[in-house]
Design a binder for this molecule. Structure first.
Ligand SMILES: Nc1nc2c(c(=O)[nH]1)N[C@H]1C(S)=C(S)[C@@H](COP(=O)(O)OP(=O)(O)OC[C@H]3O[C@@H](n4cnc5c(=O)[nH]c(N)nc54)[C@H](O)[C@@H]3O)O[C@H]1N2
Ligand SMILES: Nc1nc2c(c(=O)[nH]1)N[C@H]1C(S)=C(S)[C@@H](COP(=O)(O)OP(=O)(O)OC[C@H]3O[C@@H](n4cnc5c(=O)[nH]c(N)nc54)[C@H](O)[C@@H]3O)O[C@H]1N2
Ligand code: SF4
Ligand SMILES: [Mo]
Length: 698
């Protein structure tokens, strides 16, 4: 293969979409030669992709044809969690699974739990046939909170929906706050626009406890303590109000609760926030002045900053800033956290909750799967979880407090089916692993949370081995369970049409691969917030009605810095650049770029513990202990250590990853996880002297 194989005379190209949980949702062009996908590139015709992919997905063929792909159904042949399997036929696997699920469901369908997230963001291979299947059964519902629940609810209560600026207009902003986002790692195509703005003279400010590659390239970096963003936002409001850097006309016409918010903000002079955030006062004052006196000014917020107890309130506080200064008046001003609310998706038609009839199954929060798998039947909880069907997710690696998650998955009396590409940490705990197709092998429809185009993914190659699309697997199970409703006969192309609905031109998708939504350039220039009041709600009556604070406030972390002398360091575990959550960890070229699990630690914290760069260390708290290599790094601020994630446990030195340390405590809004609200201690690892976590913390 040479560098010009994109030419149609040598191979043909197939239009697709990147399936990963990334705001960029790139349009892909896959070059196929003799039935083999030889290259995956960015589609140059798609404006948001502009022909560029990240290094991870540029390696998609390496992942797809990886020798470790699971290509036939596997049945457990050793003890639970041993990772020992033997191949079986599809018929044997499906018959056995349908019989087991059927028997459990006959007693109580709520004892069956689907567990899925965003391994693919596709609307068809995600919750389409799967949701129909579990609704028909009456299985427990899953609250899919693990990523964005706190921030999502915060947007709903403040600006009314997951809506915001169009990403391309950031190029015209004069001031951009990159807040809780390592854009170069996790939002590369936004970074392109930020760079353009910088070239045109814009000022870039990064707000992040870690000195990321993105922070390094901004003009200013506010390296605050984790979980203190609301305090910073309230101090910015204090300065905006006391200096009258506010847009009184916009506030009067398009916001609700200014007087109350102002009273709250006036309790937050910059000195107080500086103390809480661990920042110089002057830096806070300067940022307030910049935000108050520059237009157009924009905030690129990402989910990194809402994985703490007060994450919802923090997003609410930050989402007030553009309304206070009227930044929304400009198309290059305002805020973007997620654009996913812009898509007119008919989820009921896809998921068919009507198949539940009058049944109202309980809901299990995916972020507390560790505890929930260990619960016995009770009137409050309902039946014990007896069967788990996992697809598009790797909970044993990504869910918090792994020790409990592993203990739950290791239950001999739990029947676990995992639809996967690889033998992940989760698949190792399965009774059956069913081989799933990758994005190159199936149809799908994609929306985005970073731009506003719909994309169609066409299969580029035939399924490898015996792999089947998730949809096909749930269809086959439905047949065996005797589910005869017509919706179980829908093929994938029909599901694609159902997903896009009538407001998107499907013929255009078939021809071009993508279709932009028709949207205003500046969504809130004239107010029109989709809240009950139609205004940006500084004060939320809906929150007050639930007995919650109607105003945003700073809620200190569950495990705030300085609150526990035995565990003096705050640990955050943000994404590694060459992985996507726990995907790609097994792709050798990408794993080589990351090396091995590392803990970034500030020189002062390392010296205080006699730790040298490259030492093996033990990171621990009352929940567990994780061994890795210490990297003394200017990326870590004093008092905060960074354990980049999310590694597969089996690649860890002691078979663990950072989630051995994280807790199952939840966020203020949305019942989300608090991965970055976690105190630890670190010590040099001396072989032989290792104490158990419990002893170490006694
Ligand atoms: N390469 C790569 N790209 C990814 C992912 C990946 O794993 N790898 N993950 C994808 C997923 S699932 C998502 S949800 C998206 C968004 O993913 P996010 O998880 O938002 O990822 P980042 O953009 O890295 O933003 C996290 C940043 O927030 C910082 N941070 C941590 N705690 C705090 C805090 O309390 N306050 C503030 N201000 N900052 C904090 C971290 O140091 C980090 O730099 O990215 C997606 N893109
Ligand atoms: N400590 C810590 N933990 C975290 C985070 C963190 O920042 N720090 N980030 C959190 C966040 S933001 C998120 S979104 C979650 C992500 O957690 P998950 O959504 O579980 O994401 P992945 O780890 O990428 O696992 C997805 C799995 O789906 C599989 N998959 C992909 N496509 C398909 C398909 O078409 N069919 C089937 N059957 N399987 C498929 C992949 O092979 C992969 O193993 O992790 C969370 N966990
Ligand atoms: S992971 Fe993100 S940047 Fe990479 S190809 Fe997919 S959508 Fe694009
Ligand atoms: Mo996420």
């Amino acid at each position: 293969m040479n560098s010009v194989t994109a030419s149609p005379s040598v191979g043909h190209t197939v239009r697709g979409a990147c399936p990963h949980d990334c705001p960029d949702t790139c349009a892909l062009l896959t070059t196929v030669e003799n039935g083999v996908a030889v290259r995956v590139q960015g589609n140059p015709e798609h404006p948001a992709t502009a022909g560029v992919l990240c290094t991870k997905v540029a390696r998609y063929p390496e992942r797809t044809y990886h020798p470790d792909r699971v290509l036939q159904p596997l049945k457990r042949s050793g003890p639970k969690g041993s990772g020992q399997f033997t191949p079986v036929s599809w018929d044997e696997a499906l018959d056995t699974i349908a019989a087991r699920l059927g028997a459990i469901a006959a007693r109580n369908p709520e004892a069956v739990l689907p567990y899925s997230y965003a391994g693919t963001m596709g609307l068809v291979q995600g919750e389409a046939m799967a949701a129909r299947f579990f609704h028909r059964m009456g299985a427990s519902l899953l609250d899919r909170t693990i990523c964005s629940a706190a921030g999502g609810e915060a947007l709903l209560y403040t600006i009314g929906a997951k809506l915001g600026m169009r990403v391309e207009f950031f190029a015209e902003s004069r001031l951009i706050l990159i807040w809780g986002s390592n854009s170069i790692t996790s939002n590369l195509h936004f970074w392109r626009h930020a760079q353009e703005a910088k070239r045109r003279g814009a000022r870039l400010v990064c707000i992040d406890p870690r000195r990321t590659e993105t922070a390094e390239k901004c003009h200013e970096h506010l390296q605050l303590l984790p979980g203190t963003d609301a305090a910073l936002a309230l101090a910015l409001m204090h300065e905006l109000i006391t200096h009258d850097w506010i847009d009184r006309d916009y506030i009067e016409r398009h916001t609700l609760g200014f007087e109350a918010l102002a009273a709250r903000a006036l309790q937050w002079p910059p000195e107080r926030a500086a103390e809480v955030c661990g920042l110089p006062v002057a830096q806070i004052r300067a940022l307030a002045q910049a935000w108050g006196t520059t237009q157009p000014a924009a905030i690129r917020l990402n989910y990194g900053m809402q994985r703490v107890r007060g994450g919802g309130n923090a997003v609410r506080a930050i989402a007030c800033l553009p309304a206070l200064t009227g930044a929304w008046r400009h198309r290059a001003g305002g805020l973007l956290l997620s654009s996913s609310g812009a898509f007119p998706i008919d989820r009921a038609a896809l998921h068919r909750p009507d198949l539940l009839g009058t049944r109202r199954p309980r809901t299990i929060n995916m972020s507390t799967i560790g505890d929930d798998l260990l619960r016995v039947a009770s009137s409050g909880f309902g039946p014990k979880i007896e069967a788990l069907v996992v697809y598009n997710s790797n909970p044993v690696a990504v869910a918090p407090e792994s020790a409990k998650v592993v203990q739950g998955f290791a239950r001999e009396d739990l029947f676990t089916v995992v639809l996967e590409h690889f033998r992940t940490d989760t698949a190792d705990h399965a009774d059956f692993i069913l081989p799933a197709t990758t994005q190159l092998e199936h149809w799908d429809i994609h929306t985005s949370y970073g731009h506003t185009d719909v994309l169609l993914n066409r299969p580029a190659i035939a399924p490898l081995g015996q792999a089947r699309p998730n949809t096909e697997i749930f269809r086959a199970l439905a047949t065996r369970m005797g589910y005869t409703e017509a919706c179980f006969a829908d093929d994938d192309l029909t599901l694609c049409r159902t997903a896009v609905g009538a407001r998107v031109d499907f013929e255009r998708l078939l021809a071009q691969g993508f279709a932009p939504l028709e949207l205003p350039e500046a969504p809130f220039a004239e107010g029109n917030f989709p809240t009950p009041s139609g205004r940006c709600e500084f004060w939320s009556e809906r929150l007050a009605a639930q007995g919650l604070d109607g105003l945003p406030d700073h809620l200190p972390n569950h495990e705030a810095s300085g609150s526990d002398p035995r565990h003096p360091l705050a640990m955050i575990s943000p994404p590694a650049r060459h992985f996507l959550n726990s995907s790609f960890v097994n792709v050798e070229s990408l794993r080589a770029s990351e090396g091995e699990p590392l803990l970034e630690i500030h020189a002062t914290d390392a010296a205080a513990r006699g730790i040298a760069d490259g030492d093996e260390v033990r990171v621990y708290n009352d929940r567990g202990s994780h061994r890795c290599i210490a990297r003394i790094s200017p990326r870590a601020r004093a008092g905060v250590v960074n354990g980049l994630g999310v590694w597969w446990r089996k690649f860890g030195r002691d078979g663990t990853n950072v989630n051995e340390l994280t807790s199952q405590r939840l966020t203020d809004l949305g019942r989300g996880p608090t991965f970055y609200d976690c105190l630890v201690e670190v010590e040099r690892f001396a072989p032989g002297a290792q104490r158990s976590a419990a002893e170490g913390c006694a």
